[in-house]
Design a protein. Structure first.
Length: 205
């Protein structure tokens, strides 16, 4: 359990919108798939539909033009977020870590209180390339990750996620790059999905 009840910030959830853990070399994904994670296929059509959903929401947003401009690599970033979500969820499942509906509702309420209300949170997630109906999943994955950190510590959780990634044999279509479970990021200018060690509360403030 997380001993310190701290509101998740939008920036904490941004680990799923971080720079792709993709490089320019590696294996080839199954035909018709943007990626394969374990036995699950993320099809190109599914990815395109998710991207279209985000773009539609961004264009209807008051800050839509800026949101579109700030998410030029939306297809790749969205795929990475989907892969990372599955890895964190699998690691949680393997270690008996889950999130209740009540926990999710409480955390969403805290995020909204800390970030100017529901509409402001919606706009900030759109800027990260996350559609409104995907906010709860992003929060859920971050809660699972935070619980893993609380139980095992950040360094062990990083190792756990890398092992889970390797066990799932993530395979990405070369159109989107190649998965690199050890680096966890492709550009140093953005937040990697593997974290530096530090108190859980500091990362969630």
């Amino acid at each position: 359990m997380i001993r310190r009840r701290t509101a998740l910030s939008v920036s904490a959830v941004a680990l799923l919108a971080a720079a792709p853990a993709l490089t320019a070399c590696g294996s080839t994904a199954h035909p018709g798939a943007a990626a394969v994670v374990g036995k699950e296929r993320i099809t190109v059509s599914q990815l395109q539909a998710r991207v279209a959903e985000v773009r539609e929401a961004q264009r209807s947003s008051p800050q839509g033009q800026q949101a579109v401009a700030n998410s030029a690599r939306l297809g790749q970033d969205t795929l990475v977020r989907l892969i990372q979500s599955r890895i964190v969820e699998q690691a949680g499942k393997d270690n008996g870590v889950d999130v209740s509906r009540r926990e999710l509702q409480e955390q969403r309420a805290q995020v909204e209180r800390s970030n100017g209300g529901a509409e402001a949170v919606r706009e900030r997630f759109l800027a990260l390339g996350i559609a409104p109906d995907q906010i709860e999943r992003a929060l859920t994955v971050e809660l699972v990750r935070s619980k893993l950190d609380a139980r095992f510590g950040t360094e062990r959780t990083n190792q756990l996620l890398m092992r889970t990634s390797d066990a799932l044999r993530v395979d990405v279509n070369p159109r989107y790059g190649t998965w690199d479970s050890k680096r966890g990021t492709a550009q140093a200018a953005r937040e990697p999905w593997l974290r530096a060690a530090g108190p859980v509360g500091e990362r969630l403030s």
